[in-house]
Design a protein around this ligand. Structure first.
Ligand code: HEC
Length: 125
């Protein structure tokens, strides 16, 4: 009798482990970006330039520079960092046009990665 109880407890323990294990996997599978912000490789070439390419360069390329703002090429981007408008625009700061214009605000993760890069001195890396 005692042996049986011990077995049941062990089986229950294993089941609980299994169920919570699967539950965790499901959450990560269903919401892959929830709480997880990839902050590795926050470099100009690794993250910032591709992010601008995807979200901004349609309107801010060398050939089509809306508002005379070019976000292609490091020195052009750096100029918008120095005048405070790059971060101001994506963080919807007062006094700066919110960007992407007429689009969805960038994710918190993207915005914080841009800030991280700027705080590091906006290096050309
Ligand atoms: C659909 C076109 C479009 C997209 C996409 C876009 N912009 Fe703009 N942007 C504009 C226009 C047009 C202006 C000129 C000012 C205005 O109309 O608000 C502008 C102005 C700016 C300015 C100057 C703002 C000021 O107040 O002086 C900055 C900085 C800027 N954009 C950054 C960005 C960034 C960063 C992105 C991507 C996250 C982006 N833009 C995406 C169209 C766009």
């Amino acid at each position: 009798m005692k042996n049986k109880q011990v077995k049941i407890i062990i089986i229950l323990g294993l089941l609980t482990g299994l169920v919570s294990g699967c539950y965790y996997d499901n959450v990560e599978f269903l919401y892959p970006n929830q709480n997880s912000c990839d902050t590795t490789n926050v470099t100009y070439n690794g993250k910032i330039a591709p992010l601008l390419q995807t979200n901004c360069n349609g309107c801010h390329s060398q050939s089509s520079a809306s508002g005379n703002v070019v976000l292609e090429g490091y020195s052009n981007v750096k100029a918008q960092v120095t005048n405070g408008k790059l971060y101001g625009s994506i963080s919807y700061a007062q006094g700066v046009s919110p960007m992407p214009k007429n689009g969805t605000k960038l994710s918190d993760c993207d915005i914080s990665n841009v800030k991280r890069w700027i705080d590091a001195g906006a290096p050309e890396n």
